[in-house]
Design a protein around this ligand. Structure first.
Ligand SMILES: [Zn+2]
Length: 436
């Protein structure tokens, strides 16, 4: 199949082309439509006339938060620990297996609608732990996108839930990371330093010995995480986690807001993947991550949404403006934000899934999206990222292809009935809201 349009490839070798050839789920050629047609006259041509981007990657989100949209929180909620206690930890305890499936499905639907074809999720459902990651993997299969899943292990729900979380992660990683498929992966989910004791981290390190895959953990999201680590363990968060082997090239350290230059050095030396979540950080008023410093130190800083939005293009724009505003320098942030979404997220996803993702070049997976974006100025090699940051949005996405299959075509899902899922979710959410 030849797909034509204005293709922004993400590949510096050929940044903008007008066609690509998809065969057996893989991009086999990019170039001009005329040349590709001449080389392969029998191929069917899908002329989108649209802007085509690589399928986007969301490197940190929480499907379990889906029912929170529009829900009222009645208790006083003044800071980050109270946001956790009154909202997220009250909600996740209500979730049953049916909710795990529904939350994952609606989150994945919304992700695809916004152009995300690969999602890294951090899941929690303390009263429905065993099998939860399998249910989410099934939901990902029903929607058609790629998903890297983990269960949020912590001490907060007692030893039984901790042990169940460890087992769920390890079992899922062994299965997902060793079977010959490139749709689902597992990581080991850790909530955060302040909800995991030393014996718990030791137990996790022991349980993950020889298990393929890295850790996905919240790092220094609020100042309280550092205060707790210093007071309880005499160490800062990055040093503590690194000491347990949980900061490394296969692992994701989400947020990294309250980190010192020395901790940035450890993140760089250990080749950690840091994931920045600008909407969430601003909304929770937890501070400003030193993303520019981390990027300049050579750290792979990717971009997530922390479930604040599903729109990675919006996340990229906010990453740009928060970097400019925080540093008081309007010239900072643009290139950094583009690199996070179109360079570092693809690099992370490609390593984790073992196939080229987030880039459209020969040999890469045929994961792409089309946008109904109508540029008022020239859109070419010079201007493509300017259009992406200041003009494009998830709401413009019309189609999504994963592994050569259109899973979303003309704004309709091809594998499942979206309206039915949303109606079921709203019905369940109403019941959960009443209990909150
Ligand atoms: Zn998070």
């Amino acid at each position: 199949m030849i797909v034509t349009g204005t293709v922004i490839t993400g590949d510096p070798a050929q940044p903008v082309v007008d066609a690509l050839v998809v065969r057996d789920g893989v991009v086999v050629a990019v170039g001009t439509a005329d040349a590709l047609r001449a080389a392969d006259p029998d191929q069917a041509v899908t002329a989108t006339g649209r802007v085509i981007l690589p399928g986007l990657v969301n490197a940190h989100t929480h499907a379990y938060s889906a029912y929170a949209r529009g829900m009222a929180v009645h208790s006083p909620t003044r800071d980050f620990p109270e946001i956790l206690a009154n909202l997220w930890w009250a909600l996740d305890r209500k979730l049953e297996p049916e909710d795990v499936t529904l939350n994952a499905t609606t989150t994945f639907l919304e992700s695809v609608r916004n152009g995300v074809t690969t999602v890294f999720d951090h899941h929690s459902s303390p009263n429905a732990i065993p099998g939860s990651l399998g249910l989410m993997a099934e939901a990902a299969g029903h929607v058609g996108l790629r998903a890297c899943l983990c269960y949020e292990t912590s001490d907060r729900d007692g030893p039984w839930a901790f042990a169940a979380g460890v087992t769920e992660n390890v079992d899922f990683m062994r299965e997902a990371n060793t079977t010959g498929q490139d749709r689902v992966r597992g990581m080991f989910g850790l909530h955060a330093s302040f909800t995991l004791s030393e014996p718990s981290l030791d137990a996790v390190a022991e349980a993950t010995e020889g298990v393929p895959g890295g850790y996905h953990v919240h790092v220094a999201e609020g100042p309280s995480d550092q205060e707790h680590a210093l007071a309880t363990f005499g160490k800062r968060v990055v040093d503590r986690l690194a000491g347990h082997g949980m900061i490394g090239p296969e692992s994701i350290a989400a947020h990294c807001i309250h980190v010192t230059p020395a901790e940035i050095e450890v993140l760089a030396e250990r080749r950690a993947n840091v994931v920045h979540n600008p909407h969430s950080n601003l909304g929770n008023a937890v501070g400003f991550a030193p993303v520019v410093e981390m990027l300049r130190r050579g750290i792979r800083v990717g971009l997530g949404t922390d479930a604040y939005t599903a729109d990675m293009l919006a996340s990229m724009q906010v990453a740009k403006i928060v970097a400019s505003g925080h540093r008081g320098d309007p010239t900072v942030g643009f290139g950094e934000a583009v690199a996070m979404l179109f360079q570092h997220n693809p690099a992370l996803a490609s390593e984790v899934f073992g196939t080229d993702l987030g880039i459209l070049r020969p040999g890469a997976a045929a994961d792409l999206i089309t946008l109904d974006y109508r540029p008022p100025t020239p859109l070419d090699e010079r201007s493509a990222w300017g259009h992406a940051v200041f003009g494009m949005a998830g709401a413009q996405v019309v189609d999504a292809m994963v592994g050569g299959e259109w899973i979303y075509r003309d704004r309709a899902f091809t594998r499942l009935d979206e309206a039915e899922v949303l109606a079921h979710s709203a019905e369940r959410a109403e019941r959960i809201w009443k209990e909150m």
